[in-house]
Design a protein around this ligand. Structure first.
Ligand code: SF4
Ligand code: SF4
Length: 294
């Protein structure tokens, strides 16, 4: 598959079912699962015996996914080749077929590949999803490069922990959701937000080092400075450029908005749920300045 095709498919994919999921430290599937959570995907573990992985309750087979309302864009297999054809047949029973049937590194199964390809599903064999995703996406843009100065980590109440952040934090701390919420958040305006230290900075900020939970940080931290206000409003953008040394001085508002909108999409950061997610993440392409639209 061509580079651009794969990038575009992975940017559109939001939901990944991992078959053979387990969070055993040091196992390849644990590493890949954590990476995918940190990359912003909704991950659903599938395992015939285990009850949970990364703090997320499992289902026992692919055929149970519709019963929990999980519509996978990618079926990612950590299974021996002799089981893959059976998983392909299970996949064919789903009400909506995934975009990609992905067999991880070391896994090849021509029969499964033929079944999926005949149904119009892209097939990847013997490739690691983490490696491919990491090669296709990086978080450096032309208008912004974080200096890790920490300015944006100061202030109380700004870092909302949304429903999509919680599994990532649970996986990172290896704690259940209730424990993560109790230890690290407080309620503000009906939403859980990260607690602050006495110095007024986020409890996870370490002077001279930066964010202690960088791979698992919430979506609003990942998205800044590409917040809705800065993308749609030139005055807000000018103020952000004054405050945040990572925004390049020569960046135009149009270029920043264009890159920012693409970044939010690539990393699955755009919010849709006003009641649970940060308002700053909810932005529509129609709101961008005209020179920023594709
Ligand atoms: S203020 Fe800007 S440059 Fe500084 S840490 Fe935040 S995003 Fe990075
Ligand atoms: S979670 Fe990390 S990036 Fe976000 S505010 Fe706290 S220290 Fe900063």
């Amino acid at each position: 598959m061509l580079f651009d095709d794969m990038r575009s498919l992975l940017a559109r994919a939001g939901n990944i079912a991992i078959i053979g999921a387990k969070d055993k430290p040091g196992s390849p599937v644990d590493h890949v699962g954590r990476y995918l959570l940190n990359a912003g995907f909704n991950v659903q573990p599938v395992h015939p015996v285990r009850r949970q992985a990364w703090g997320i309750p499992t289902v026992h087979s692919i055929t149970e996914l519709p019963s929990i309302g999980f519509d996978p864009d990618i079926i990612c297999l950590f299974r021996a080749p002799q089981y893959c054809a059976a998983h392909a047949r299970e996949t064919l029973t789903l009400p909506r077929l995934p975009m990609i049937f992905w067999m991880q590194e070391g896994i090849r199964c021509p029969e499964a590949g033929e079944l999926m390809a005949a149904a119009g599903v892209k097939v990847v064999e013997d490739r690691c999803l983490e490696t491919v995703h990491a090669a296709l996406f990086d978080d450096v843009t032309e208008t912004f490069s974080c200096t890790r100065c920490g300015k944006c980590c100061e202030g109380r109440g700004g870092i909302v922990v949304g429903p999509r952040d919680l599994p990532r934090l649970c996986a990172y701390f290896r704690l259940p959701a209730e424990e993560v919420l109790a230890r690290y958040t407080e309620n503000m305006g009906g939403k859980p937000v990260l607690k602050c230290g006495e110095d007024g900075f986020c409890m996870f900020f370490r002077a001279g080092k930066g964010c202690e939970i960088h791979p698992a940080r919430p979506a609003v931290c990942r998205a800044w400075p590409f917040f809705r206000g800065n993308l749609v409003d030139r005055v807000s953008f000018d103020m952000a450029r004054e405050d945040c040394p990572g925004i390049r001085r020569e960046a135009t508002h149009e270029a920043f908005a264009r890159e920012g909108f693409r970044y939010l999409n690539d990393y699955h950061l755009r919010g849709r749920d006003i009641f649970h997610e940060g308002r700053a993440l909810i932005v529509d392409e129609s709101e961008l300045p005209s020179g920023a639209k594709n």
